[in-house]
Design a protein around this ligand. Structure first.
Ligand code: ZN
Length: 345
């Protein structure tokens, strides 16, 4: 199963670049930039990403942001992510970056230089393996709509580096999506795509809010499954939900032991894609998430979700067609392999 899923061509739609930092790179950057890792200072790389609750995770995320200080740090991070992604069968990715968080921790950082470093790393990986990536700039809810408008204007100047959209992440409860209607409208006027995290930490109303301001995809969306009207909205509008089971388990958006909400959403006709969110920090990979979901829905189900990810990406039509053709060829090869194995028995 693992090798079949590794060779399945995959499209990644929900991964935060900052959340792909390896423990080794975090320790190295923290040392270089004098970031105090507190109680984590003396632990081994294997223990660095163990946390007991969501608060501890937020502390860890803060340390990651403090350690990523210079534009070249982002280049090293992006190179590591892209190589690993390509090696586990990702052919196209839309990767979140959080420039408003970068400047919060490092007021002097040259955002354009950091994005140039990321672009250069992605281009190098494309030459090595054919891996393609675009960027989505997250406008963190917690900074409020006024700051988000400023971020959009800054992002507009980065489209030549492959920034194709904006995302809405962060505190769903205190900063509801409805407050960001003008932010999404401005982004669209610049030709940027708009996506939102919703229904991760709040109930289905938060997903409805995100849909009403025009989110083209929903990150997590777990809580939507409990509200038939919101499920219908997702299905009728054909809005893809990016399901990240390990993240959902660790943040409490999904209680392990219960069926993952992706199953009910899928049954209701909502397009589901599988993703990894902050894979390094959650000690997972996209491939591990595919394996996990394959245990729920079988290989045919994950292949369908892989196809959804390609269809609902913001890639051009030729790229989408090429990826979908590769996914279908993979299914054909799998069936042929099964048949020859059966004949040889
Ligand atoms: Zn996320």
């Amino acid at each position: 199963m693992l090798e079949t899923l590794r060779s399945l061509p995959k499209v990644q739609l929900h991964v935060h670049l900052e959340g792909t930092i390896s423990p080794e790179l975090l320790l190295e950057l923290a040392r270089r930039h004098g970031v105090d890792l507190g109680a984590r200072r003396d632990v081994s790389p294997e223990e660095l990403y163990r946390f007991n609750d969501f608060q501890e995770f937020l502390y860890l995320f803060r340390e990651v942001c403090q350690a990523l200080k210079e534009p070249e740090d982002y280049g090293v991070l992006a190179a590591g992510y892209a190589r690993e992604a390509a090696d586990e069968g990702v052919c196209y990715a839309e990767v979140f970056i959080s420039p408003s968080v970068w400047t919060w921790f490092h007021r002097q950082i040259d955002v354009r230089a950091a994005v140039e470093a990321i672009r250069a790393a992605f281009d190098a990986e494309r030459r090595r393996s054919g891996f393609e990536a675009r960027l989505i700039a997250d406008v963190t809810r917690n900074f409020g709509p006024a700051r988000a408008l400023k971020t959009i204007r800054m992002v507009e100047g980065l489209t030549d580096l492959g920034v194709i959209g904006i995302g809405l992440g962060g505190d769903e409860r205190n900063f509801p999506a409805r407050d960001f209607r003008d932010v999404f409208a401005l982004a669209r006027s610049f030709g940027l795509h708009t996506v939102a995290h919703a229904g991760e930490a709040q109930e289905a109303w938060s997903v409805r809010d995100a849909l009403e301001i025009g989110a083209e995809r929903i990150g997590h969306g777990c809580a939507a499954a409990a509200d038939a009207e919101v499920v219908t909205m997702l299905a009728e509008r054909n809005v893809c939900v990016e399901a990240c089971p390990t993240s959902n388990e660790l943040t409490g958006a999904w209680r392990k032991g219960e069926p993952h909400p992706l199953l009910a959403l899928d049954a209701a006709g909502v397009p589901i894609a599988i993703d990894s969110d902050d894979p390094a920090l959650f000690s997972t990979t996209l491939l591990a998430e595919y394996v996990r979901v394959a245990e729920m829905v079988g290989i045919g189900g994950v292949r369908r979700f892989a196809r959804n990810a390609a269809l609902h990406s913001f890639a051009d039509d030729a790229t989408k067609r090429a990826v979908i053709a590769r996914i279908e060829a993979h299914a054909g090869a799998d069936v042929a392999g099964e048949r020859s194995r059966a004949e040889n028995q």
